[in-house]
Design a protein around this ligand. Structure first.
Ligand SMILES: [Zn+2]
Ligand SMILES: [Zn+2]
Length: 253
């Protein structure tokens, strides 16, 4: 299995997953050109992709989708309500658009959706199961029981650590936007990401901290918060390969 976060943050998101001979993207929120370039850096040809799964219709998750699909004729899977809300829908070849309900089989992989609490039509995370398990959970206001259950057993987990609430409160965002981010349908704090890891029965071998805010977070703050909370709970963060993701890609620690 190979997982690479090509871009992560409010300006664009895309995660590449290869497992059991199947190559897919979760979200296409950066240009098709950038996706092609980032994949080339890890020696993956863009036309070898099998499918794109979309979490929700916000532009930072779908910006590159229309061009990507037109150029490479990739099948796109998303929830029916998300599909109805896609602004770029008219620009997408109709034969590329597919809906996913709870689960679908993509060759050797089983892909499950799970609901997220976020201000979009029907936002979901994805659980990709094959010989290993990779889960992507970003853009969520809080960790519901459904999310906690979905991430359990992941070998690799891409988990949102969007903001530090104190930095956000002190920052320059207008109050309604601060309220949106802090609310139940906003984004996950560093603290809540850490507690999601604490509550797992078995922690993943690798965790990407994702969708970090450039304004309301700092990479070292996200990392330290997670390590401190795990440590306070008597759990070692040493066995977790913690990787920070940035808007333009990732930093391995
Ligand atoms: Zn987003
Ligand atoms: Zn969003």
């Amino acid at each position: 299995m190979q997982v690479a976060v090509l871009a992560s943050g409010s300006k664009g998101n895309s995660v590449f997953v290869e497992m059991d001979g199947v190559r897919l993207l979760v979200d296409a929120g950066i240009s098709a050109r950038r996706i092609k370039k980032s994949l080339a850096e890890i020696a993956v040809e863009i036309d070898s992709l099998n499918a794109v799964f979309i979490t929700h219709e916000h532009s930072d998750h779908v910006k590159g989708l229309a061009t990507l699909c037109r150029q490479y004729h990739l099948p796109v899977y998303t929830r029916p309500d998300t599909l109805s809300c896609l602004l770029a829908k008219e620009k997408l070849p109709a034969e590329c658009l597919h809906v996913i309900h709870e689960q679908l089989q993509l060759e050797n992989l089983s892909v499950h959706t799970f609901g997220l609490s976020h201000d979009a039509a029907d936002p979901v995370g994805y659980q990709i199961d094959g010989s290993r398990k990779c889960t992507v959970a970003t853009d969520l206001g809080f960790v519901t029981g459904e999310v906690q259950a979905a991430i359990e057993g992941s070998d690799v987990l891409v988990l949102e650590a969007n903001h530090d609430p104190d930095l956000l409160r002190r920052g320059s965002y207008p109050w309604p936007l601060k309220q949106r981010i802090l609310g139940n349908h906003g984004h996950l704090s560093n603290h809540d990401a850490a507690w999601a890891l604490v509550h797992m029965q078995q922690r993943p071998a690798k965790v990407f901290l994702a969708h970090l805010s450039e304004e309301n977070n700092r990479p070292e703050l996200a990392e330290n918060t997670v390590r401190d909370i795990l440590g306070e709970q008597g759990l070692s963060s040493a066995e977790i390969g913690l990787t920070l993701t940035l808007q333009d890609g990732m930093v391995s620690l």
